[in-house]
Design a protein around this ligand. Structure first.
Ligand code: SME
Length: 138
């Protein structure tokens, strides 16, 4: 039979693959800009549920990426003053924006329970993942 797979199901599968295959990726999720509101809304994710399903632009690591349009690698979350804690186990975070037709429409957000785990290879890899995601959304 012909199973229709939604965009959200595909995004969830990407989260699952990343969390299962990369030991230091412990929470993996997508945030997307919420219409014309100046906020991000949580999309598919794997890991501990978070209270932060809506994040205003500029707030936290995610909110800063919504306005900077740049990767944000945080080796030590305790050293950040504009940071939203989701879990006490998290030591580091990486956020990479997703562009559709040159516009920043959302991001992939990854939390790690390992200190300082992210390298430029993670940035290049996640940029590739975000490019693939942008094709699903276009
Ligand atoms: N730590 C993020 C909030 C989202 S949670 O990591 C899932 C931030 O500072 O924006």
């Amino acid at each position: 039979s012909n199973t229709l797979i939604t965009v959200d199901e595909r995004l969830l599968k990407i989260c699952e693959l990343l969390e299962e295959n990369i030991v230091y990726y412990n929470w993996v999720g997508f945030y997307f800009k919420n219409g014309d509101k100046h906020e991000l809304k949580l999309g598919p994710y794997v890991g501990e549920p978070t209270d932060h399903t809506i994040i205003p632009f500029g707030k936290g690591i995610c909110g800063q990426v919504a306005v900077s349009n740049k990767n944000f690698v945080v080796p030590d979350v305790k050293a950040q003053d504009n940071y939203i804690a989701c879990s006490i186990t998290v030591k580091a975070e990486i956020v990479v924006p997703i562009f559709v037709n040159g516009e920043n429409i959302g991001q992939i957000d990854i939390d790690s329970n390992t200190a300082d785990p992210f390298t430029e290879a993670d940035e290049r890899f996640l940029e590739f993942v975000c490019k693939e995601v942008s094709k699903l959304l276009d």
